[in-house]
Design a protein around this ligand. Structure first.
Ligand code: NG6
Ligand code: CA
Length: 510
């Protein structure tokens, strides 16, 4: 693990009893450079929350008062992107500062995958740890665990979050719909009874517990695609597991359990600044709200789990207020990829939609290289420091490592986080522009290039193609919904964007 601290917290600010906000003179004194600071950072990452799913982004049928409060008190971005339209690649980029499509094996991972982040390189948490932060992650991981052989569920589970820069981890290893359905706290499955060891398989079925495929009559949630492995808590999952009964999660309690762990982390230690990634399960499938949120939205269970997510956000904000930390804390709320309705379970998310538009006016959603796939809600609040408003600056979650290194005075070793751009002035609202260009990724194979408000989608040469064989070109300024393909009429521009995308694809380019 690389720990590289240009200015350590101890050296600069150990005398500050209450911690959190330390403002130092800018190291290089460049005009317009924000001063170095070590505020607490709470990064809330929802799972599959769409651009149009919350009130402050235009939703009218899902009450999200806490997120709307953040939207009022913070800077709300309208052109912020996850790198990819699925989870593992998106979260890989957020932590490493590297485009996931540069590396094989960064697609949606099974629950028994090995760790895909190389612990020898700088990550967002290792950079902040170098600046003296206490770092933690609570919630979804989905970046693999263990060495080449994968995780030892009954022993020490490493390498994992603790080896890539987090001091504390309480995680769901993969997704809510993948086995094993247990939490991992630091290096161990939480609450595991050693007499009831866990076994996991993504190949042949194991154990004698019923599966969704053989026993659909036992399911409390029907299936539309896949998800027909072991039935855990009345819901069948992707993959098979045995054992670990005492450690298995209750789907209804997941938001409560994770939110409590996140609040505990925040309130635990006031001596050092902290960085918390709070990666909720909501609103991913299986969507099983706690009974107190059932029926609370006007658009079915998917809306209800967004109400539940909003409650979690409210608990975090309340904890910061109670601890009098709000003015010393940056809170960011975003999502790992765009929205999806039917994601394999028959949960009525389509029929109950009631006119709600999860991606707002954008085309596409999760799995798509259209804007709805990667353009995500993104609010940054830092009361007293960041002026509330709306920003159209183009930023990406891959920019966190470079931007937070700049904020805290850390130097990233050459070669690490190489796709990460320092967009701190835009994040803090002192600039209304950030990136000129950005690569968008469907999470699997397709790439698109944004050059300002122009967008080029590479030719789709697959036999069962989703996009044009010739490529697609859109002018998002006139046509945010990507309906008017200018590929054959704007030849010169199409050529320019396509060559820039090819150059960016080369190793070492960004
Ligand atoms: C897909 C799953 C989907 C979801 C997704 C990952 C099927 C049919 N679909 O393979 O339900 O789990 O993977 O979602 O199995 S993500 O948000 O973690 O990327
Ligand atoms: Ca996701």
């Amino acid at each position: 693990m690389l720990v590289f601290s240009k200015i350590t917290y101890a050296k600069t600010a150990g005398w500050l009893a209450g911690l959190a906000l330390v403002v130092l003179p800018a190291a290089c004194g460049a005009s317009g450079t924000p001063p170095l600071a070590t505020p607490n950072i709470v990064l809330i990452v929802a799972d599959d929350l769409g651009f149009g799913d919350t009130g402050c982004y235009g939703a009218t049928k899902i009450p999200t008062p806490n997120i709307d409060r953040l939207g009022r008190e913070g800077l709300r971005f309208t052109d912020a992107h996850a790198t990819s339209a699925t989870c593992s690649p998106s979260r890989y980029a957020l932590l490493t500062g590297q485009y996931p499509w540069r590396k094989n094996g960064t697609g949606v991972l099974p629950g028994n995958a090995a760790l895909i982040i190389d612990p020898r390189h700088a990550t967002l948490p290792s950079i902040l740890k170098g600046a003296g932060y206490r770092t933690g992650i609570v919630g979804k991981w989905h970046l693999g665990l263990g060495g080449a052989a994968g995780p030892d569920w009954n022993g020490e589970i490493k390498p994992g979050p603790l080896e890539v820069g987090f001091d504390y981890a309480f995680i769901q290893p993969a997704t809510g719909d993948r086995v094993p359905c247990v939490y991992v706290e630091n290096h161990r499955v939480a609450g595991l009874d050693p007499l009831d060891p866990i076994q996991v398989s993504y190949g042949q079925p194991i154990g004698d517990e019923p599966t969704g495929r053989a026993h659909p009559e036992l399911l409390r949630l029907g299936l539309t695609l896949g998800h027909d492995g072991t039935i855990i808590d009345g819901i069948s999952r992707i993959g098979f597991m045995t054992g670990g009964h005492a450690a298995r999660w209750k789907d209804e309690d997941k938001a409560d359990v994770l939110t409590k762990k996140a609040v505990d982390f925040i309130t635990q230690d006031a001596r050092r600044p902290f960085f918390l990634e709070f990666a909720t399960h909501d609103p991913h499938v299986p969507r099983v709200p706690n009974p107190r949120f059932v029926g609370q939205s006007g658009c079915g269970v998917r809306g209800d789990v967004i109400v539940e997510f909003d409650w979690s956000v409210g608990q975090i904000l309340a904890a910061l207020d109670q601890m009098k930390l709000a003015s010393n804390t940056i809170v960011i709320l975003t999502s790992d990829n765009g929205p999806v309705l039917d994601d394999g379970y028959d949960d009525r998310s389509v029929v109950d939609l009631n006119g709600h538009t999860p991606a707002g006016h954008l085309r596409g959603g999760k799995y798509s290289v259209y804007e709805g796939g990667t353009r995500v809600p993104f609010i940054l609040a830092w009361p007293g420091r960041v002026t509330p408003g709306v920003s159209a600056a183009m930023v990406s979650l891959v920019d966190f490592p470079a931007s937070f290194a700049a904020l805290t005075g850390q130097v990233i070793p050459p070669g690490d986080a190489s796709d990460s751009v320092n967009v701190l002035p835009a994040l803090l609202g002192s600039s209304r522009t950030a990136r000129d260009q950005l690569v968008e990724h469907d999470g699997a194979r397709m790439l698109a290039l944004r050059d300002g408000l122009w967008k080029f989608i590479e030719p789709d040469s697959r036999a069962n193609r989703t996009y044009s064989l010739a490529g697609e070109l859109y002018d998002l300024e006139q046509d945010l919904g990507e309906t008017n393909n200018l590929n054959s009429t704007q030849r010169e521009r199409r050529y320019q964007l396509s060559s820039t995308l090819e150059q960016t694809r080369q190793p070492g380019k960004r």
